[in-house]
Design a protein around this ligand. Structure first.
Ligand code: UDP
Ligand code: MG
Length: 315
């Protein structure tokens, strides 16, 4: 099979027939063998009935219905587990992404050898309240991940089948699939300018909290890619350093007092010195950090995928 389309949706009943007809027309024009996977993420409108009736007319359409709303990432993950096509293309269900981009995305994966091609909504049809924070968000994501994409969270993306089978999208991590792919060793990541349209039906499913959550998730991924399996390298280092600092300081405070005491100079009680409390705090924090690292190590030692490596070839 040439192409698997994965389309996560939450209350998009009005858009589905139009989207499906458009996809079918593109697929037919290029003679692709394909499947369309609709992942109904707990819609409460008639989306599932629409998918059922579409499926009756075209058996290449498949549907998964979640019992409740889990989010876009769980929907994508579920789709990725099921896809069979050589090229996997994800798109939003709200008609903001154009199926006309499919042939070029397919060509870039199959002929130019990309692992992943991400859409870039160069001209966006979204409200200003979204486009401006998006610019800052993408700049941060570029810096942290080291992947030079303009538009990380574009719903329209194409992958080599192998890529989606070897990454695990969860939580809200759909925003950083290119970063997940890079961390899994798939580094040939490209970009294609895609046409974007204003939402025709329904309304957006994400509010402004997307930017806060997106930022936190980025930190998690960054930290995880660097120290995920060796947390001690971060916490242990910081903890030992702080502890040593506090310990040395407390010795200096103590010996200064003893020295002054025995040489007959005026001296202060240790507990009268602010430095004593600073060193105490440093030692306590140091121990805490060290312990956090050690507990992290115990957890990662038990993690199921601690010895999962992406093997490219073996002879
Ligand atoms: N979506 C989903 N589950 C959710 C939220 C969104 O499957 O919990 C789908 C939604 O139906 C759409 C896609 O994810 O197909 C992108 O969502 P939306 O268009 O609301 O995001 P925006 O375009 O505003 O970034
Ligand atoms: Mg949308």
């Amino acid at each position: 099979m040439d192409i698997s389309l994965v389309i996560p949706l939450f209350n998009e009943a009005e858009s589905l027939p139009e989207l499906t007809a458009w996809i079918e027309q593109v697929m037919k024009a290029h003679n692709y063998s394909y499947e369309i996977l609709f992942i109904n993420d707990g819609s409460t409108d008639g989306s599932w009935q629409v998918i059922e009736s579409l499926q009756k007319k075209n058996p290449q359409i498949k549907g998964v219905k979640f019992r409740r709303n889990y989010g876009k990432s769980p929907a994508l993950y579920t789709g990725f587990q099921r896809v069979q096509g050589d090229v996997v293309i994800t798109m939003d269900a709200d008609l903001q992404d154009s199926p006309d981009e499919i042939p070029e995305l397919y060509r870039m994966i199959t002929e130019e050898g990309y692992d992943l091609v991400s859409g870039w909504k160069k001209k966006r049809y979204d409200p200003l309240s979204k486009t401006i924070p998006t610019k800052i968000y993408n700049a941060t994501a570029r810096k942290v991940s080291g992947i030079y994409l303009h538009d990380f969270n574009c719903g329209l993306k194409a992958y080599r089948n192998e890529v989606v089978k070897n990454i695990e999208v969860y939580g809200d991590m759909h925003r950083y699939i290119p970063y997940l792919a890079k961390n899994a060793g798939y580094t040939k990541i490209g970009e294609k300018v895609v046409r974007h349209q204003a939402r025709k039906y329904g309304k957006t499913k994400f509010g402004l909290d997307r930017f806060i959550n997106g930022y936190l998730d980025l930190m998690t991924l960054w930290f995880f890619s660097r120290f995920g399996v060796k947390p001690m390298h971060f916490f242990g280092l910081l903890g030992s350093f702080m502890f040593a600092l506090g310990f040395i300081a407390v010795i200096i405070v103590g010996t200064t007092k003893l020295y002054n005491m025995y040489s007959g100079n005026p001296y202060r009680l240790i507990t009268d010195s602010p430095y004593f409390y600073l060193s105490l705090t440093a030692m306590i924090l140091g121990t805490q950090l060290f312990l956090a690292g050690f507990i992290g190590e115990l957890i990662s030692r038990n993690a199921q995928d601690r010895n999962h490596y992406q093997i490219e070839k073996e002879i």
